[in-house]
Design a protein around this ligand. Structure first.
Ligand code: AKG
Ligand code: FE2
Length: 191
C-alpha cells in the first residue's frame, strides 16, 4: 500500500513509532498479554492494534485469504530506498515455536526476496563421502529469489524458519519506499 493510500485511510506513516537499530525502520504491533519479542539483542515496544485500525483491516484480509490462519502480531518494516535492507536471518525465535507460519504482505516499491538453506540443512544432500565442499556448493546453489511486488502476499510455513534463511538485499534501483507487513502468531503460553 502506498503511503498515499494509507493516508486516505486516515493512517499516517508518521503515526507509527519506528525504532531503528536496523538498516530499515521497524514497528511492532501485538495483541495484549503476549510475551515480549526480542531478537538480535533488540526488544521492540509492542503497539496495540487499536492504534492502527487499517492494520486490523489488512489482518482481516490476510485471515480471509489464508483460511485457518490466526495471527496476533505484526512486524512492520519500512525500506526508505534501495540502501535499506534486511540481512540473512531466520525468524526462529523460540517464542514462535518450530513450525510457525508467517504471512508477509508488501506495498510500494518492489524488492527482491531471497531464500537459501541454512548451513547443515542440506536437502538434496550430497553424501558425506562427497565432502563438505560439495555439500556446501549444493546448499549455496539451492537459493531462490522472488520479486515481491506491490500487494503481494508471501507465506512461509512448515520448517521454513528452522531450515532456511531469508533476506531482502540492498538494490540501487529501488528508489522509493516499500512497506512490508509480516504477520505472525505468538502462542500465548510462549515465553
Ligand atoms: O521485508 C521483507 O520482505 C522481509 C522482512 C523480514 O524478513 C522480517 O521482518 O523478518
Ligand atoms: Fe524475516
Amino acid at each position: 500500500m502506498h503511503e498515499k493510500m494509507l493516508n486516505s485511510m486516515g493512517f499516517r506513516i508518521s503515526d507509527l513509532s519506528f525504532s531503528s537499530p536496523q538498516p530499515r525502520d521497524v514497528c511492532y504491533v501485538a495483541s495484549e498479554g503476549l510475551p515480549d519479542l526480542a531478537y538480535s539483542g533488540y526488544q521492540p515496544h509492542a503497539h496495540s492494534w487499536d492504534e492502527f485500525p487499517p492494520l486490523k483491516d489488512i489482518l482481516e484480509a490476510v485471515h480471509s485469504a489464508l483460511p485457518g490462519s490466526c495471527f496476533n502480531s505484526l512486524l512492520l518494516n519500512r525500506y526508505k530506498g534501495g540502501s535499506d535492507y534486511v540481512s540473512w536471518h531466520a525468524d526462529d525465535e523460540k517464542l514462535y515455536g518450530p513450525t510457525h507460519g508467517i504471512a508477509s504482505v508488501s506495498f510500494g516499491c518492489e524488492r527482491e526476496f531471497l531464500l537459501k538453506r541454512k548451513p547443515g540443512k542440506n536437502f538434496r544432500g550430497k553424501k558425506r563421502s562427497e565432502g563438505k565442499r560439495a555439500r556446501e556448493q549444493d546448499r549455496v546453489a539451492e537459493q531462490h529469489s522472488f520479486t515481491l511486488k506491490h500487494g503481494s502476499l508471501l507465506v512461509m510455513r512448515g520448517y521454513t524458519q528452522r531450515d532456511w534463511l531469508h533476506s531482502v538485499p540492498k538494490r540501487a534501483k529501488a528508489q522509493s519506499t516499500r512497506i512490508n507487513l509480516t504477520f505472525r502468531l505468538v502462542p500465548s503460553h510462549a515465553g
